[in-house]
Design a protein around this ligand. Structure first.
Ligand code: ATP
Ligand code: MG
Length: 419
């Protein structure tokens, strides 16, 4: 697909009615808009408009991981059973899909990749000079989630970015972990939800005191967090106690309770996965030590669904510019030959200027139908060419999130939208 597209050519169409089996707003709007298609509970296909959003998110994630020093790989979804037995997770992880073939062989369908990435690195890592390293991938995960009813916020198959870092010492790990906090902050800002996403303290499980989640405020969220708006930091309700509050220097009276969804997390793994695979290095004295690890996840589909949940209004989706399928939705209204000719000219000029345009050139639709499709699909800008706009010698330009538009010339339009 090029950067611009005629809506008349798009194979998907919008739907007025929400599918009756979807209760979540993100799935309802995304299916009505033709962004995604539901295959079964917790499993969705991405259609042209939805894939464009997902790829833009992917690019932002990739850029930020590369900046942080990550090296991209792509690991297999099929994973050896022995690896999972080694970590005790073949029977210990309730969401694990176990697949068997006609020969009776069993494999795991990867819900996460510690069991794969550690043995890979073991082939290449011997000395402290090989450390630190950070490997990441953007890849489909499989998890047997119970009752998935949150659309693409919680899939049984879903796209995740998972990064794993490897260090010679806890100290070195902590330096990198802190750096990743900043990387995640930037990333969520770029995706357009920085203002409603909080670094959140959560329990660290058995291995460390805390982990950090990045929680985005939305009523669709399954978590409850307490936000300190002054510092911009939050605590997950699950870890909230007077002891934790005092450790974090937070005051109960300053906290507000919010529903939120975890869009990403960063985790101290210590030697939990390096130990069972004996992933170790020798220091400068020739002594052997286990490698210290961290992991850093982001759900790309969940991120997309979160943007829909958090930013949509009662008319439809409102994409941030950075991840919108197209920057501009150009509408031609009516069947008047002059109008159609002018709209074609505008489309061509915008295309030439390198602006991403979805051109609603469909014949036989009322202005109302085109307007409500534009609101549902949620491009950041809408430009209308109609008999009325031509009478005023221009194009009516409106932001998705504003009520009133204004008449601009083609030159002004291009100047405003050129990347
Ligand atoms: P949750 O508590 O929401 O189940 P998790 O703790 O299981 O999340 P991780 O295993 O750390 O999540 O996965 C890393 C990231 O992947 C999460 O922060 C989230 O953004 C995303 N994610 C996890 N499970 C799903 C899912 N079922 N569907 C879509 N995205 C998911
Ligand atoms: Mg989970």
């Amino acid at each position: 697909m090029t950067n611009s597209m005629r809506q008349s050519k798009l194979f998907t169409k919008t739907r007025k009615e929400a599918p009756s089996d979807e209760v979540s707003k993100n799935a309802e709007l995304l299916i009505r808009g033709g962004f995604i298609h539901k295959e079964m509970a917790g499993v969705y296909s991405y259609l042209p408009l939805g894939l464009k959003v997902l790829r833009k998110i992917e690019n932002i994630v990739r850029e930020e991981m590369n900046k942080a020093g990550g090296q991209e790989i792509l690991m297999s979804a099929f994973q050896p059973k022995e690896n999972w037995e080694k970590t005790g997770r073949w029977d210990g992880l309730d969401v694990l899909y176990k697949v068997s073939d006609s020969q009776g062989r069993e494999v795991a369908l990867g819900p996460t990749h510690e069991e794969i990435v550690v043995p890979i690195l073991k082939n290449y890592l011997t000395s402290y000079k090989d450390l630190p390293k950070a490997l990441y991938q953007i890849q489909d995960k499989f998890r047997m989630e119970l009752r998935p009813k949150s659309g693409i916020l919680r899939g049984r198959e879903f796209l995740m970015k998972d990064m794993y870092s490897f260090h010679a010492s806890q100290e070195d790990f902590e330096k990198f972990y802190e750096q990743m906090e900043g990387v995640y902050k930037t990333l969520f800002e770029r995706v357009g939800i920085g203002h409603i996403t909080y670094l959140t303290f959560a329990s660290g499980g058995t291995f460390s005191k805390y982990s950090h989640e990045f929680q985005t405020i939305t009523s669709a969220g399954e978590d409850t967090i307490y936000v300190d708006e002054g510092s911009g930091i939050a605590i997950n309700k699950e870890v909230m106690s007077d002891e934790v509050l005092s450790q974090l220097n937070m005051v109960k009276e300053n906290l507000v309770e919010r529903k939120a969804i975890e869009v990403g997390n960063i985790f101290d793994l210590k030697t939990k996965y390096s130990a069972p695979f004996d992933l170790s290095y020798t220091d400068d004295k020739g002594e052997k030590h286990p490698v210290v690890m961290g992991c850093y996840g982001i759900g790309l589909g969940r991120l997309m669904g979160t943007v829909v949940e958090a930013l949509a209004d009662d008319k439809g989706i409102a994409w941030p510019e950075t991840i919108a399928p197209f920057k501009l939705h150009l509408l031609s209204l009516g069947e008047d030959a002059e109008v159609l000719k002018e709209a074609e000219k505008v489309y061509e000029s915008l295309e030439e200027a390198g602006i991403e345009v979805l051109f609603d050139d469909r014949a036989g639709l009322s202005a109302g139908e085109k307007f409500s499709d534009a609101d549902l699909l949620g491009m950041p800008y809408r430009a209308v060419v109609s008999a009325r706009s031509m009478k005023e010698h221009g194009i009516e330009l409106k932001k998705r999130i504003e009520d009133k538009g204004k008449i601009v010339t083609l030159e002004e339009l291009i100047k405003k939208l050129v990347p």
